[in-house]
Design a protein around this ligand. Sequence first.
Ligand SMILES: [Zn+2]
Length: 389
Amino acid sequence: MKSQEKNKQLYIDNEAVSALSFLQEGLLSPVKKLMNKKETEQVVKTGMYQNVSYPCPFLLSPSGRRNEEVLKNVQKNEQIDLVCERKIVGSIQVDEVFPIDIEERLSQIGAILEEKDYIARRIGKYALSGKVEIENQINNLKQLVNDKKEKLKAKRITGVIFNANPIHRVHEKILREEFNDSDMIVIFLLRYHREDFLSFEIRQKSLDLVLNKFLSKERICVVPLDVTYLFAGPNKMILYALIAKNFGCTKILLGQKTRGLSVYYNHRTRHSVFDSLKGIDIEVKILDEYAYCTKCRCLLNAKSCPHGQHHHIIYYAESLLQFFKMGIIPPTILVRKEVSALILKELFPERLEEMKQIYYGALPSDGVFSENVQEDFYTKLIDLYQIRN
Ligand SMILES: [Zn+2]
């Protein structure tokens, strides 16, 4: 990337880099550039951008005193370097700088209470528009999806948004069922800038494990999707739909409890935020809730089962995570034992010595010396629990 030492510098964080990468790669199309003052006002007034619902203007308004000084003194057509974590990651040719109202901006973003402080800290007093160039990795992902699409000659492509936190049986069920309607599935695996209990790497590894061992992986693409401040409030739904569409998907699946989807029922008809969105040309399918019914003895759409909720095992991510927090292996009807073994091994590596005593002393060895005692320990344990007298 061309840069001269004399260029002024704007300091942006990883979230902004990620958002600008989306923009540059056309994933937020019809929005293909930072909005200027006039476009911003138009979007605020109408909630639309080029005939597509777009409630929140797409702006670059980095916070901080140094950034503010630069923005106050910059000239039209000046080239500014974009710096993230002390590295020049791109540049912008300035078109226009204009002041913004932080409170107003927060309400446009539609941040919910717990996101508000975090987002407010990131918003500066000025926004700038202009041509951006940024180094990014998304291009490779687009290529990956395109190559697979061509290879499979896929026409019906479904995008699905997964946290996979952790990947469980319902995720698998959803993917399997979707293959009846779809030539190819793109899984957008959400990646957060603030780490959660299970890191992105563990979630990705577990997902890969399930895809490799139990699903037709050749028809699936996994795309890490950075969750930035853009993905707040109802904007999130529009962005998911736009990104999926711009990745070539013809349909998007969303769980009915997805935040921001705002599902409600009126006379048994399901409504959601998509009822009021315009111009986003992609089929939206909202998934019903799944449960394991102990009477039907299978994983099913909770609506299709006559038994009451008290017979249902529910797949709440929080409860599933609690097993792992407590260091217990969850029942295999919730999470595959191979996945649980992988996660527990990553979370509790120090257990190796303690488990050797049980492993070599009490568990059947099948006459094979294991190279992966920890994962083997958990999976054998699960098998043993399932033996009945
Ligand atoms: Zn039932």
